[in-house]
Design a protein around this ligand. Structure first.
Ligand code: ADP
Ligand code: ZN
Length: 656
C-alpha cells in the first residue's frame, strides 16, 4: 500500500473496516464490541479480548489484518485446523496461508515467498514455529500488519491448558514495538486475564470483556436414569440429523456410546486420546465436513473446533468444573441459532468424582481445589434457580433473575421439605458406621430404607436394624435423588475407594432437628423445550425445525433443497459445508427467495467472492423449485431395541 492510501486508511478507519465487513464477509453491521476493538487495533493499539465462543473474535483480527498494510500474523496452537481456517478465508476471497509441520518443503517455500512479496493478508503459525530464529528472520524481512494471539489463555501457567511455547511470545512486543498485538480468548477467569496481559508483555493494551452469556444455548440438566436411552430419546425428538458432541468421562463409555447411537440410527464416531492420531484426525475431519455427524468424545476433543452449526452438546457424565462445562457447552451454536446444552447427571456422578479426587494423585492443595470446583458444578446441577444466572454469576458477571431459556426457567422445579428423609438416611449411616466391620455405599442404605432383603442386606443382618423398611414412602430413584442432593449440600460425604457414605460436620444439625433441608423434586419428565418436540410431525420435519428454527413450514423444503445443494458442492470441493454458506445464510435465502444476484448479494453472509462463486448455483436451485412443495413425511420415532448400558469407567480410562 502506498503512503497516501495508508494515511487515508488511518483517517477513514471506520468506513474501511465496515466496507470490508460488507464486501468480504457480507455482514451488515458489527456485533457488540467488534467495532471498538477493530478500530483500536487498526489505529495501532494493543488489545486483550475476552469474548465467548461464537462472539465473533476472528473478525477482530482478520479485518485489521486486511485494512492495515502488510500481513496479519495469527498465532494459534491448532495445527490440525489451520488448513480449514485458511480454506474458509480463501472461500471469502481473503489471501490466507499457513506454515506448519504438516507441509512439505515446497509448500512452505511458496507461502514464504507469498509473504515476502506482500501477497498475503493473513498467515497462521503455531507458537513453536514462531519461536524459531529462522521464522523470526523471515518475518523481519516482510511487512506485518498485526499480531493476533489466539487461544491466549494457553499462556497462563495456572490455567487449564498451559502451553510453554506461548511464554516465548513476549518477544513479539520487543522485536516489533510498532506492530499492534491482539490477544484473544473465550476462557476468562480474572487470574487468567491478568496472567495473559503480564506474560505477553501488554501493559498498554486496552481490555475488552464481553458478556459471557450465550442466549441461543438452552441449558438443561436432567436426572440420570438410563443415560444412553435418555440421550437417544433427546436426540431423536429434538436433534435428529443435527451435528453435535457427546462428552463422556471415559474412553470405554465414549466407544460404547458411539456404537450404541450408530446401532440406533444416529451416525456417531468416537474420539479420545487412546485412538491413534490418524483415526482422530479422520473423525475430526468428518465432523467438520459432513452434516449431522455426532462425535462421542472425552475432553480431548473440541478446542478450536469452529464449526458454526454444532446444534447440541450433551454430557453423559458430570464435568469437573463449571469452567469445563461452560467451555464444552460453548461449542454449540456459534452461528447464533438455537442450540441445546443437555446433561444427564446422577448420584453415581457425585460419588465417582469424589472418589477420583480422593484417590487421585496430587497434594492437599490440589485436592481442595478440585473439590471446590466440583462443589460449584454440583451447585449448578442442583439449583432451583435459573441455570444461566448461576453460570454468569460464577464468572462474576451481572445476570437477570430468570432467562426463560433453561430448564429451571421453563419448568420451575418444585421443592419439598426433605428434613425427615435426610434424617432417615443419616440415621442409617450412623447405624452402619457403628458396625465398623464393613463400609457401605448409598445402594445398601437405600435397600435398607426400602426394606429390601437383598443378598447383601441378609448377609450383614441389616434387616434387623431399626431403620429397616422405614423409607417406603419414596421410590428407589427418589432416594437416590435425596442422597445426591445431600451430597451436593455437604450434609453427607463420600469416603474411600468404595464410596462409603459418612457424616459431615453439618450432619449433626439435621439429625438434631436444628435445620430444615429443602430438596428439589425429581422431575418426572424432561423439561419442555423451545425447539418443540413431540409435535407428532415426522423426524425429517423436526430436523429442519431445529436447524431453521423459526422458518414457516412451507419454506422448509426450500431450506432442505438449499442444504442438499450445499452438501453436494462441499463434497465436490472437499470443504466443510459451512465454508460455502452457514445455515443462517441458507435460512435467509429461503425466507427472501432472491431472484437476482443483486438481491442475493444483500443477504447476510453473502460477500463479493461467495456471490460470484455460488450465486448462480443458488438461483438455479431456487428457480427449480415450485411454489412451495410438500413436506416429506417419514415414520414416527421408534426408540428401537432395548439399549445396553456399559460398565462404570475405570479411573485410568479417563482423559484428564
Ligand atoms: P469466535 O472465534 O469468537 O468463537 P467466530 O469468529 O467464529 O467466533 O464467529 C462466530 C460466528 O459469528 C461466525 O459464524 C461468524 O461468521 C459470525 N459473525 C461474526 N461477526 C459477525 C457479524 N458482525 N455479523 C454477522 N455474523 C458475524
Ligand atoms: Zn434460566
Amino acid at each position: 500500500m502506498s503512503e497516501v492510501t495508508e494515511r487515508e486508511g488511518a483517517a477513514g478507519t471506520e468506513s474501511e473496516a465496515l466496507a470490508t465487513l460488507h464486501r468480504v464477509f457480507g455482514y451488515d453491521a458489527f456485533r457488540g464490541e467488534q467495532e471498538a476493538i477493530i478500530e483500536h487495533v487498526v489505529a495501532g493499539g494493543d488489545a486483550v479480548v475476552l469474548m465467548p465462543t461464537g462472539g465473533g473474535k476472528s473478525l477482530c483480527y482478520q479485518i485489521p489484518a486486511m485494512v492495515r498494510p502488510g500481513t496479519g500474523v495469527v498465532v494459534s496452537p491448532l495445527i490440525a485446523l489451520m488448513q480449514d481456517q485458511v480454506d474458509a478465508l480463501r472461500a471469502l476471497g481473503v489471501r490466507a496461508g499457513f506454515m506448519n509441520s504438516t507441509q512439505d518443503f515446497h509448500e512452505r517455500r511458496t507461502v514464504e515467498a507469498e509473504f515476502l512479496a506482500g501477497e498475503l493478508d493473513v498467515i497462521y503459525l503455531a507458537p513453536e514455529r514462531l519461536r524459531l530464529d529462522s521464522t523470526l528472520d523471515l518475518l523481519s524481512r516482510g511487512k506485518i500488519s498485526v499480531f493476533a494471539i489466539d487461544e491466549a489463555h494457553c499462556v497462563a501457567q495456572w490455567g487449564h491448558d498451559f502451553r510453554p511455547e506461548y511464554r516465548a511470545l513476549s518477544v513479539l512486543g520487543e522485536r516489533w514495538p510498532d506492530v499492534p498485538r491482539i490477544a484473544l480468548t473465550a476462557t476468562a477467569t480474572h487470574a487468567t486475564h491478568q496472567e495473559i496481559t503480564q506474560s505477553l508483555g501488554m501493559p498498554r493494551a486496552r481490555h475488552f470483556v464481553a458478556s459471557f452469556d450465550r442466549p441461543n444455548i438452552q441449558y438443561r440438566i436432567v436426572p440420570k436414569a438410563e443415560p444412553k436411552k435418555q440421550l437417544l430419546t433427546f436426540l431423536k425428538q429434538e436433534h435428529e440429523g443435527d451435528a453435535g458432541i457427546v462428552y463422556c468421562l471415559s474412553r470405554k463409555s465414549v466407544e460404547a456410546t458411539a456404537e450404541f447411537l450408530s446401532r440406533n440410527g444416529i451416525e456417531a464416531v468416537p474420539y479420545h486420546a487412546g485412538l491413534d492420531a490418524g483415526t482422530r484426525a479422520a473423525h475430526q475431519s468428518r465432523f467438520l465436513r459432513e452434516e449431522g455427524l455426532v462425535v462421542c468424545a472425552t475432553i480431548a476433543f473440541g478446542m478450536g473446533i469452529d464449526k458454526p452449526d454444532v446444534r447440541f452438546v450433551a454430557h453423559l457424565d458430570l464435568p469437573k468444573s463449571v469452567e469445563g462445562y461452560y467451555q464444552e457447552t460453548g461449542r454449540a451454536g456459534r452461528d447464533g441459532l438455537a442450540s441445546t446444552a443437555w446433561m444427564a447427571y446422577g448420584l453415581q456422578d457425585v460419588v465417582q468424582q469424589r472418589k477420583l479426587i480422593n484417590m487421585g494423585e496430587g497434594d492437599e492443595a490440589f485436592r481442595r481445589r478440585a473439590s471446590s470446583h466440583l462443589d460449584s458444578m454440583l451447585a449448578l446441577c442442583e439449583t432451583a434457580q435459573c441455570r444461566r444466572a448461576q453460570l454468569l454469576t460464577y464468572f462474576g458477571q451481572e445476570a437477570s433473575a430468570a432467562c426463560g431459556n433453561c430448564d429451571t426457567c421453563l419448568t420451575p422445579p418444585e421443592t419439598w421439605d426433605g428434613t425427615v428423609a435426610a434424617q432417615k438416611i443419616l440415621s442409617t449411616v450412623v447405624r452402619l458406621d457403628r458396625e465398623r466391620r464393613q463400609k457401605f455405599g448409598a445402594g445398601q442404605i437405600i435397600d435398607i430404607l426400602l426394606g429390601k432383603r437383598s443378598a447383601k442386606v441378609i448377609q450383614f443382618d441389616h434387616d434387623q436394624l431399626s431403620v429397616f423398611g422405614i423409607g417406603e414412602e419414596l421410590t428407589e430413584n427418589e432416594w437416590r435423588g435425596v442422597v445426591r442432593q445431600l451430597l451436593a449440600q455437604g450434609l453427607v460425604a463420600v469416603e474411600g475407594e468404595f464410596g462409603t457414605l459418612v457424616l459431615t460436620e453439618e450432619s449433626g444439625s439435621v439429625l438434631g432437628r436444628e435445620r430444615e433441608v429443602r430438596l428439589r423434586k425429581e422431575a418426572p419428565k424432561p423439561a419442555a423445550s423451545r425447539s418443540g418436540s413431540g409435535s407428532g410431525s415426522g423426524s425429517r420435519e423436526r430436523k429442519a425445525k431445529t436447524v431453521a428454527a423459526d422458518l414457516p413450514a412451507e419454506l422448509l423444503p426450500v431450506f432442505e433443497a438449499l442444504r442438499a445443494w450445499r452438501g453436494a458442492q462441499a463434497k465436490e470441493n472437499g470443504v466443510p459445508a459451512y465454508v460455502i454458506f452457514h445455515d443462517a445464510t441458507l435460512r435467509e435465502i429461503a425466507l427472501q427467495r432472491p431472484t437476482s444476484l443483486g438481491q442475493l448479494g444483500t443477504l447476510g453472509g453473502v460477500g463479493e467472492k461467495k456471490l460470484a462463486t455460488w450465486g448462480p448455483g443458488v438461483l438455479e436451485v431456487l428457480a427449480g423449485l415450485d411454489g412451495g412443495g410438500s413436506v416429506e413425511r417419514v415414520p414416527e420415532f421408534d426408540p428401537g431395541p432395548e439399549p445396553d448400558f456399559g460398565p462404570e469407567p475405570e479411573p485410568e480410562d479417563v482423559d484428564w
